[in-house]
Design a protein around this ligand. Structure first.
Ligand code: PGA
Length: 265
């Protein structure tokens, strides 16, 4: 097991806080891009919502407009764990282009004698391709530590599952230690300001752009996405400054989520 060391960063070595205060440096989202935006990833995080019946209705509604989604967009469904095996079968039958399976967590340990855990090997066998890791709700309610998130990232990668590591201010540097430098390119980072999660508060895209740029310059992950009250009415702005979105509230109704995806086209 890899043991991480958390070193409080010097402001100069990770200057997001400083940059954020200097509004004169705000990039104009639509003109200043620092990466290719041809590919997008949009994730539906259902959290602990939905029965199989509700998920079935969701899929039926979603399937009606799925063909209109931009083929460059990867859509990931991250259901509660009890639905993963069922959904894995459903996705094979429905064969919805670009709709892939994700989870909201996985075990920090390998397969073995860890009662109650779901290992990355269990999930790999079900065709899970993505794992949301270190979400602020897991850090807050389940007391997940930096070390545990690091172990989960390693477990995910060992099974070919792409980690989507959630970070927020002011702990981004400590949270990013979860990813070994040699694995930065294998991971997606989701910037999720706490105040914006489930609140309806819209973090201005210009502010998001500054944080995303800081992460991009320091860590060069595969992609950086944004999460926090993303909806059909604001996703366009966020996609100007990131490569995708992590959506919870507005993913729960299939019609609502489909509208968001079509706006994002
Ligand atoms: P929200 O949640 O879309 O409801 O704000 C985002 C998240 O928790 O990932």
């Amino acid at each position: 097991m890899r043991h991480i060391t958390i070193v409080k960063p010097e402001p100069a070595s990770f200057a997001l806080g400083i940059l954020k205060k200097n509004t004169a440096q705000l990039p104009t989202p639509s003109t200043q891009k620092w990466y290719s935006v041809s590919m997008k990833i949009i994730i539906a995080n259902w959290k602990s919502n939905k029965s199989i019946t509700e998920a079935q209705e969701w899929l039926a509604t979603f399937a009606r407009t799925a063909a209109q989604i931009d083929p460059q967009t990867t859509v990931v469904l991250a259901p509660p764990m009890p639905l993963v095996a069922w959904l894995s079968e459903q996705l094979k039958v429905l064969d919805l282009r670009n709709l892939q399976l994700g989870v909201q967590d996985l075990s920090p340990f390998p397969a073995g004698s860890y009662t109650g855990a779901t290992s990355s090997k269990n999930l790999e066998a079900l065709g899970v391709q993505w794992a949301i890791l270190g979400h602020s709700e897991r850090r807050r309610y389940f007391h997940e530590t930096y070390q545990e998130v690091a172990n989960k990232v390693d477990q995910a990668l060992s099974a070919g599952i792409t980690p989507i590591v959630c970070v927020d201010q002011p702990d981004i540097a400590q949270q990013m230690v979860a990813i070994e430098e040699s694995n930065w390119m294998e991971c997606v980072v989701a910037y999720e300001p706490l105040a914006a999660i489930g609140s309806g508060f819209e973090e201005p895209a210009g502010e998001v752009a500054i944080v995303v740029k800081g992460i991009e310059e320091q860590y060069h992950p595969q992609a950086i996405i944004y999460g926090g009250s993303v909806s059909a009415s604001n996703i366009k702005g966020y996609l100007e400054v990131t490569q995708g979105a992590l959506v919870a509230t507005h993913s729960l109704e299939a019609g609502d989520f489909s509208s968001l995806l079509l706006v994002a086209n």
